[in-house]
Ligand binder design. Structure first.
Ligand code: ATP
Length: 134
């Protein structure tokens, strides 16, 4: 079976590289996109979500922040602020981040609170908590 390579890159460097993925499933802003070898080239924005890659018949799961994916027939490059394997997610930290963000969002009268940033922080925390279950 033809395989496709996957690179997940953050500002801190590469967090994942695999030469032989059977399929890479991305959560794009337009919905889920499954990519296999030979896919037509494209660039797509990614949502905060889970990235799944099937390797040797088994899926690996990564929690990723928003970013971009560049798809080429033989390589998917994912550019995100942060990405963690489900097993590496610190759930206490994510829970603390979730609480912090929820509290900020509840301060409706406080104009100093940047709601958009708090909403994104909440989404990242909820995503990490979800992906940690895999
Ligand atoms: P926090 O408020 O806990 O820092 P955050 O959403 O602001 O969360 P990010 O800016 O997305 O964190 O990530 C900063 C760095 O910390 C990245 O390298 C990311 O992989 C790592 N990171 C963040 N939260 C977790 C977590 N719960 N478990 C493991 N690594 C994490």
């Amino acid at each position: 079976m033809a395989t496709i390579a996957l690179d997940v890159v953050t500002p801190n460097g590469s967090v994942f590289h695999e030469e032989d993925c059977e399929i890479v499933v991305l959560q794009t802003v337009q919905g889920e996109l499954g990519v296999m070898a030979g896919h037509i080239p494209t660039v797509t924005p990614l949502k905060i979500g889970v990235l799944r890659a099937k390797i040797d018949g088994k899926f690996e799961y990564l929690a990723v922040t928003e970013g971009f994916a560049e798809v080429r027939p033989e390589l998917v490059t994912v550019l995100v602020q942060a990405g963690e394997f489900s097993k590496d997610i610190d759930t206490e930290r994510a829970e603390a981040a979730r609480l912090r963000a929820s509290e900020l969002l509840e301060q409706k009268q406080d104009e100093r609170v940047d709601k958009y940033r708090a909403e994104l922080a909440l989404q990242r925390a909820l995503n990490r908590l979800e992906v940690s279950k895999y």
